[in-house]
Design a protein around this ligand. Structure first.
Ligand SMILES: [Zn+2]
Ligand SMILES: [Zn+2]
Length: 313
């Protein structure tokens, strides 16, 4: 008996060594809900890269409640559909950016609905841009047209045009209140929309307005016992825009200049370090893997890593 017991010791040692904090599923997550908010296309230099955070006072204040990642990037195609696809599927792709292609691989939405046996009403994509409805599906044979989340995108779904962010915001708050989803992705079309219109003042206004919107979502989370202390909120971007002096500057995006690649990630919630700044390099596909870890989802095609440095262990 004694020898038998001794023979177990190396096994236990190995077990403990392999369960150090970098092992993704050892943490007991307090978060049972995740909301990802994508503010479309601000440059980092106008958000957290601006030393006084002049245009984003609400998010600046929220830094005390969570972790700001200062070296966060879109490492793939720097446009809207592909930035959002990277976040949702963990894959950098080069899909058509007008909504003509669906992602190749399943998203955390499809895996969540499948593996948690959740109804579609518990997972939502709410977007000002109609084309983002493509995020609800994928061309993988096993998952195509299956396990799809609820969508509320653009004026009236795919190919109906963009809508005002104020409508999106109203729908987000109504849906949180009435449906109590456990997984949600939100897209605001600003400041990208005004950037493309070459309207600097409205571009800045778009940054300021969406700053208020995300703070209102955080406030809602605090006010609803279904979400309070159980929700992870990721506030990020799909891409940046060209640096000043490069091509048409803030007006456009889509290449691999540092302005297009460098984006922000502000993470909030009980499982996130408070008042902390993470300077390590992470990218959009790491959001996917972190969400998979929180929900203990098996996402075999996701290529990211857990954003370990922001997690409160
Ligand atoms: Zn975009
Ligand atoms: Zn660029």
């Amino acid at each position: 008996m004694r020898t038998k017991l001794l023979s177990f010791i190396p096994f236990f040692l190995l077990f403990f060594l392999s369960c150090k904090r970098d092992y993704p599923f050892i943490k007991e997550w307090k978060s049972t809900k995740v909301i990802v908010v994508v503010i479309d296309g601000p440059r980092y230099q106008e958000t957290f890269g601006e030393p006084n955070h002049t245009y984003i006072p609400y998010q600046s204040a929220l830094c005390k409640e969570g972790t700001l990642c200062t070296s966060f990037y879109n490492e793939g195609t720097t446009n809207t559909v592909n930035g959002h696809t990277a976040i949702c599927t963990g894959n950098y792709e080069s899909l058509n950016n007008a909504g003509l292609d669906i992602p190749t691989f399943p998203s955390f939405f499809q895996y969540y609905i499948e593996q948690k046996k959740a109804p579609a009403s518990k997972a939502w994509i709410i977007a000002s841009k109609d084309k983002l409805e493509v995020l609800a599906n994928c061309s993988d044979k096993t998952y195509m047209n299956k396990f799809q989340p609820s969508t509320d995108c653009g004026i009236n779904g795919l190919a109906t045009g963009y809508r005002e962010d104020s409508i999106t915001q109203k729908n987000v708050l109504n849906t949180l209140q009435q449906m109590h989803p456990d997984l949600m992705l939100v897209n605001y079309r600003e400041p990208d929309f005004s950037g493309h219109a070459n309207n600097w003042n409205n571009y800045i206004k778009g940054i300021q307005q969406t700053d208020k919107y995300v703070a209102a979502i955080w406030d809602y989370i605090q006010s609803d016992p279904y979400y309070k202390d159980q929700t992870m909120l990721f506030i990020t971007n799909d891409h940046g825009r060209h640096n000043d002096g490069w091509k048409d500057g803030f007006v456009s995006h889509g290449d691999d200049c540092s302005g297009c690649r460098h984006i922000a990630l502000l993470a909030l919630g009980t499982d996130i370090k408070k008042n902390y700044t993470c300077n390590l390099n992470y990218s959009q596909i790491d959001i996917t893997t972190t969400i998979a870890a929180i929900f203990n989802l098996n996402m075999p095609y996701a290529n990211g890593k857990i954003i370990d440095d922001i997690i409160q262990y």
